[in-house]
Design a protein around this ligand. Structure first.
Ligand code: GLC
Length: 511
């Protein structure tokens, strides 16, 4: 792999630290726990880790509500723990990217506390978005991603904007101090040796001048499809260009990947112009239904859009915000494994989410009392929220909390049925999902680079030459299909066995 562009082809593993491994025995995952388990990630065969927020935070949104962007929350450890984890990852050959959360802060951030203590119109309010309402109504009709209106009223009558939870006031990115502060935060972590950043809600930083009404309700259903005055504004790109200049001023292939729920792919490709982000998550595969036609269209559109700007495409099936793909795709483990094998054959880089390598399902029956996600609470339970994909990993043993913690219980309970899915159990079983991921990642390294070419295939079957010339056949239909002529012994198949030259439903194979 060309080391100057390690990310172009990489497999990047998302660690959600609260739920990865607990090193201190308090029931919550942390940096010492992660450090201890790093050899597991090396053995899995990933190239890099994306670590979601571990910064000081009251944890109203799992750490995406940051109070101090330059310090580790005591829940997760200390800066020394971070440095030790960084050093150990480097030793094991794992790159590290960290989350940057620039759209909003916590409402306990010193700037917001200062803003609330100051009267309307004072300079400290200008670092956030404060406005007077329209009579007793909020300043405009914008809605929060987590449900309800996006404004909260403060005692003196002004309102502040929060596109997420009301504990997450949006920064005013037209303010020079906000820009200077984040330039400095970028440098702080680059100096501490991170290889790059995953930028949270990158498409939201700038709001349309004048904060115009949207004009209709239920805006979040159209989250990435519609033109909304708070997403994907044309003048946003100048901010990213200035960040790129900072990244480029450091030695050693630093990179940034944007979380931008933007559509169509041509709009998204603007974020990966040569002087902006190196990558942007591409969520189209994640939102596509299990259908050959849909997948083919997504793959073509995404590859074409990134080719126009010379970038590589990123592929994602699961993350900490969506239903795990084993559950979401509706076909259980076989379908999830087939989807993964297909994704790993595509040119570009792949982002995996912790636990997908164990074939974890979404936990759909968490009791309301343990749910923590503001999405669940703000929507009055109408939206199930994202706790079901954040249940701590099962490492070992036969009963919850499955070696995740030495405390009697983890912060979210794992189902008893996960006894079959522990790392310990799967590592010893060559037919397990963990062994399948390990084999796929090992093999994937041998087939680097390359472009994609489709071959003729029956309805509901995909057949393509992908990265490094690997041939991939996927059956997305309901009946077994004959393998293409000349195909007999697969390099790897998602179900572990192919008999008599047919490919069962929900199965993929590499040749
Ligand atoms: C992103 C994160 C999500 C968080 C939100 C607000 O979408 O991935 O977990 O809730 O931003 O920061």
């Amino acid at each position: 792999m060309d080391s100057a562009a390690w990310w172009r082809d990489a497999v990047i593993y998302e660690v959600y630290p609260r739920s990865f491994a607990d090193g201190t025995g308090d029931g919550t995952g942390d940096l010492p726990g992660l450090t201890r388990r790093l050899p597991y990630l090396r053995d899995l065969g990933v190239d890099a880790i994306w670590l979601t927020p571990f910064y000081r935070s009251p944890m109203f949104d799992g750490g995406y509500d940051v109070v101090d962007h330059r310090d580790v929350d005591p829940l997760f450890g200390t800066l020394a723990d971070f440095d030790a984890m960084r050093a150990q990852a480097r030793e094991l050959g794992l790159r590290l990217i960290v989350d940057l959360v620039p759209n909003h802060s916590s409402n306990e951030h010193p700037w917001f506390v200062e803003a609330l203590a100051a009267p309307p119109g004072s300079p400290s309010r200008e670092r956030y978005i404060f406005r007077f309402g329209r009579g007793s109504r909020p300043p405009n009709d914008w809605e929060s991603v987590f449900g309800g209106i996006a404004w909260e009223r403060v005692p003196d009558g002004q309102w502040y904007l929060h596109l997420f939870d009301l504990t997450q006031p949006d920064f005013n990115w037209r303010h020079p101090q906000v820009r200077a502060e984040f330039d400095s935060i970028l440098r702080y972590w680059l100096d501490r040796g991170v290889d790059g950043f995953r930028v949270d809600v990158a498409h939201g930083l700038l709001k349309a001048e004048g904060l115009p009404d949207v004009g209709y309700p239920d805006q979040m259903r159209l989250r990435s499809r519609a033109e909304l005055p708070y997403w994907d504004q044309n003048d946003i790109h100048e901010i990213f260009r200035s960040w790129r200049a900072i990244l480029d001023s450091y030695p050693g292939d630093r990179m940034a990947v944007a979380e931008a729920w933007v559509s169509p792919p041509t709009r998204l490709s603007r974020y990966v112009a040569v002087d902006e982000f190196h990558q942007a998550f591409n969520f189209d595969l994640l939102t596509a239904p299990w259908s050959a036609a849909a997948y083919r269209e997504v793959v073509d559109d995404c590859l074409a859009a990134s080719a126009t700007v010379g970038a590589t495409t990123t592929w994602v099936l699961s993350n900490h915000d969506v239903r795990r793909h084993r559950t979401r795709l509706g076909g259980g483990l076989p379908r999830a494994r087939a989807a993964t094998l297909m994704m790993l054959a595509l040119p570009g880089s792949a982002y995996l989410y912790q636990g997908e390598e164990l074939g974890l399902p979404e936990v759909v029956d968490l009791p309301d009392a343990v749910r923590q996600d503001p999405e669940f609470h703000r929507s009055g339970g109408r939206m199930p929220g994202r706790d079901g994909c954040r249940v701590p990993l099962p490492w070992s043993g036969t009963a919850p909390p499955f070696g995740f913690t030495t405390a009697p219980a983890a912060w979210l309970p794992a189902p008893a049925s996960w006894a079959e899915l522990t790392v310990e159990k799967q590592a010893a079983d060559p037919a397990s999902t963990l062994s399948f991921y390990r084999a796929a990642l090992r093999l994937r390294r041998k087939y680097a680079g390359g472009t994609l070419a489709w071959h003729d295939a029956p309805a509901n079957v995909l057949h393509f030459t992908g990265r490094g010339g690997v041939r991939c056949v996927v059956n997305l239909g309901r009946r077994p299909v004959p393998l293409p002529k000349g195909y007999r012994d697969p390099l790897l198949s998602s179900n572990g066995r192919l008999t008599d030259a047919t490919l069962p439903p929900d199965t993929a194979a590499w040749f």
